[in-house]
Design a protein around this ligand. Structure first.
Ligand code: HEC
Ligand code: HEC
Ligand code: HEC
Ligand code: HEC
Length: 341
């Protein structure tokens, strides 16, 4: 009987440890990504996946448009990018973007209700660029990245004017002066990089400026051929943490981790991801950054730059955005109509 208390405490501790470590009960699902024995396996908890899938809401498509036979540019006063659409398709697209971007605020989120042709509300000017950007993503980046699922405004916006996952240049938290206090852009458990202490802003250089991600030496001697600093290497790892997190996958989804560099040992997904990196740089440099003069200050980051796109903006934790639901197919004509100004 004397032993009962220590035994009970011991058992309690043993049970508490897995709970503290967020132990998940079996059964788990696993999908093999590489040869047997390489450990290249994605492990998912089917109960968590079911919950995540149930949380994804896909709005029903608008009724198909029955053409009126009049071009929008003939009927309306100030259509600069959608002029070639039939008026019925144009109106249908207005309904759809309202549902995708500003369902609570309605048409007036982009329009002065007194005069729909006026450009006085900045969101209308932003939207012209967004229409051109969405078209570019589906066409220029369709084959190598976004198709067959395709991208609509909803992929990023999900019923909100500002997408849930965006980034801007991150100067880090305020800190005391002096060398010792400097964090050098890292050493802070940061959600962008999976709560590691890796550099918390890998985005500015690598997803905003086409910076160099390759850090591995390609030969052993002399001193290897890589002149990448430790900090540049950590930035690459920071980006990789972000990519894994955004897609809800492990490193082995894209790498055989015995040789991170080698493309011939990597799953095909890595090639898609490489195009994804190029695409995101293009989106940010060509479409987001130049909107700096259009966005008001409260829509910018602490350094005054525009809120930008990373992998999580579209993917939101899933390897194919919206679990591969193709919303584009119902709006092919409308979302391909935007002319460049
Ligand atoms: C997310 C922004 C946004 C929302 C929400 C929106 N619009 Fe528009 N609307 C635009 C843009 C951008 C144009 C100009 C398109 C162009 O230049 O080709 C436009 C143009 C128009 C025009 C043409 C006006 C003219 O004479 O030039 C009409 C009509 C219109 N919208 C109606 C609506 C209606 C009705 C709703 C709500 C169901 C709506 N819009 C919601 C962005 C929006
Ligand atoms: C690749 C992701 C992505 C896609 C696709 C996308 N957007 Fe955006 N959108 C953004 C980001 C990022 C912002 C910047 C948020 C900010 O600073 O307001 C933004 C901003 C906006 C804003 C300004 C909102 C505000 O309150 O300031 C509007 C309006 C908008 N988008 C409409 C659209 C429409 C309409 C489409 C489809 C034709 C679209 N977007 C497609 C990422 C996207
Ligand atoms: C979604 C796919 C994807 C995931 C997940 C991913 N990577 Fe990568 N990784 C890439 C791509 C693509 C490149 C090459 C980028 C380039 O060449 O510009 C790369 C490059 C790298 C490099 C640099 C290789 C070199 O040549 O110097 C390292 C190191 C790396 N990844 C490590 C990781 C680690 C560690 C993880 C998990 C935390 C990870 N990756 C997860 C796609 C991925
Ligand atoms: C504009 C939206 C968008 C952005 C931003 C984006 N992706 Fe994607 N990505 C997609 C779509 C849509 C698909 C699905 C394509 C398909 O149907 O196979 C996809 C598919 C992928 C796949 C293949 C997944 C699979 O299971 O076959 C990888 C890997 C990937 N993306 C990596 C990335 C990485 C890494 C980034 C950031 C550097 C990124 N993506 C940014 C839209 C996007």
């Amino acid at each position: 009987m004397k032993l009962a208390l220590p035994v009970a405490v011991g058992l309690g501790v043993l049970l508490a440890i897995p709970m503290m470590l967020q132990w998940e009960r079996p059964p788990m699902d696993s999908t093999q990504q590489g040869y047997r024995g390489t450990g290249m396996v994605e492990v998912d908890n089917p109960r968590t996946v079911a919950k995540q899938m149930a949380a994804v809401v896909i709005p029903e498509a608008q009724e198909p448009a029955e053409k009126y036979g009049d071009k929008a540019s003939d009927v309306y006063e100030n259509v600069q990018v959608l002029g070639d659409l039939d008026q019925a398709e144009f109106d249908r697209l207005m309904l759809a973007i309202t549902e995708w971007v500003s369902p609570e605020q309605g048409c007036n989120y982009c329009h002065n209700p007194e005069n729909l042709a006026e450009d006085s509300v900045y969101t209308k000017v932003v939207t012209r660029r967004m229409l051109q950007m969405t078209k570019t993503i589906n066409n220029q980046w369709g084959e190598v990245h976004a198709q067959p699922t395709g991208v609509t405004c909803y992929t990023c916006h999900r019923g909100q004017p500002v997408p849930q996952n965006v980034w801007s240049i991150n100067p880090g938290p305020r800190q005391a002066g002096g060398m010792a206090a400097s964090r050098m852009g890292q050493n802070l458990a940061s959600p962008q990089v999976g709560l590691t202490s890796l550099p918390y802003d890998p985005f500015t250089d690598l997803l905003g400026k086409d910076g160099n991600i390759r850090v591995n030496a390609t030969s052993a001697l002399p001193q290897g051929t890589s002149d990448a600093s430790i900090q540049a290497t950590e930035k690459t790892y920071g980006l990789m943490m972000h990519m894994s997190q955004s897609l809800g996958v492990n490193c082995t989804f894209c790498h055989n981790t015995r040789q991170f560099t080698d493309w011939s040992q990597s799953p095909e997904a890595r090639v898609k991801a490489w195009h994804g990196i190029k695409m995101v740089n293009k989106i940010n440099q060509t479409y987001m950054d130049p909107l700096a003069s259009v966005f008001p200050d409260n829509r910018k980051g602490p350094q005054g730059d525009v809120l930008k796109v990373n992998c999580a903006t579209c993917h939101v934790g899933v390897n194919k955005p919206l679990y591969g639901a193709n919303m584009l197919k119902d709006y092919v004509t409308e979302l391909n109509a935007a002319k460049s100004q």
